[in-house]
Design a protein around this ligand. Structure first.
Ligand SMILES: [Zn+2]
Length: 242
């Protein structure tokens, strides 16, 4: 299978807050990781006290993402240039075509994106999940069977309750067919998260100062294989390449 992983997200910080440990581990093991990010996060907060003026947010968040990506070992970043908070209103076919171009150009073997409920329930996360799934099947049709696998980054129900204090938005947001041991990459992930300085309110709320029990939790990242369909009753995979 092609040793290229394509990660498709909605905002700068999704890659670090989400599957950051797995990205870092894959990169450390020689996988080429390419990131496609739909927006520059211009609708996000600027921090308290503000790290920058609101109008500087797209430029500052892009720089934060580039710094975090360097820590995680991401080789390439592509922005789709959509407006933060407006992705669900975008033409889905057009967005999927754009993502499919990146899948083909990267020669991606494995694609990772948000699950249908978007984990936090953010409409941009839900939209990029739909767009990526559509792009995946388009790219496969055109690309001699590449990409081969599509995974959603997920959170187990207990973790979902602990982090977001509610039930999963969609059952697949909490479904697990792969569990990756990223114990050795927790500090890398935390370092990447901390580069998103404008978003400190959000990661301070979620990770609560990274106490030992949160660090333990961060040592395992979970995924659901959307294609080819996986049967979790058979075996939980310990690699996205297994
Ligand atoms: Zn996001």
């Amino acid at each position: 299978m092609s040793k290229t992983l394509l990660v498709v997200t909605a905002h700068p910080d999704d890659e670090s807050m989400g599957p950051g440990g797995t990205i870092a581990r894959c990169a450390a093991e020689g996988v080429r990781v390419v990131l496609v990010c739909a927006t520059r996060g211009e609708a996000g907060k600027a921090g308290d006290p503000p790290v920058c003026a609101r109008e500087e947010l797209p430029r500052v968040r892009e720089a934060e993402l580039r710094a975090a990506a360097a820590v995680l070992g991401i080789a390439e970043i592509h922005f789709l240039g959509y407006m933060d908070g407006r992705l669900a209103e975008a033409d889905e076919a057009e967005a999927a075509a754009a993502v499919a171009v990146h899948m083909a150009a990267a020669g991606a073997g494995v694609v990772v994106t948000f699950p249908p409920g978007g984990i936090s329930g953010h409409p941009d996360h839900q939209a990029i999940s739909r767009v990526t799934e559509r792009a995946f099947h388009q790219a496969r049709q055109a690309g001699r069977g590449l990409p081969e696998r599509l995974y959603y980054w997920t959170l187990r129900p207990a973790l979902m309750r602990d982090v977001f204090r509610r039930e999963p938005v969609h059952p697949l947001d909490a479904a697990v067919t792969a569990e990756i041991d990223v114990t050795g990459f927790v500090e890398t992930k935390i370092a990447a998260v901390r580069h998103h300085r404008t978003q400190h309110l959000s990661w301070e709320r979620v990770f609560r100062g990274f106490p030992p029990q949160i660090r333990r939790t961060l040592g395992r990242e979970t995924f659901y294989r959307a294609f080819p369909p996986a049967d979790p009753a058979v075996r939980v995979e310990d690699s996205l390449w297994g």
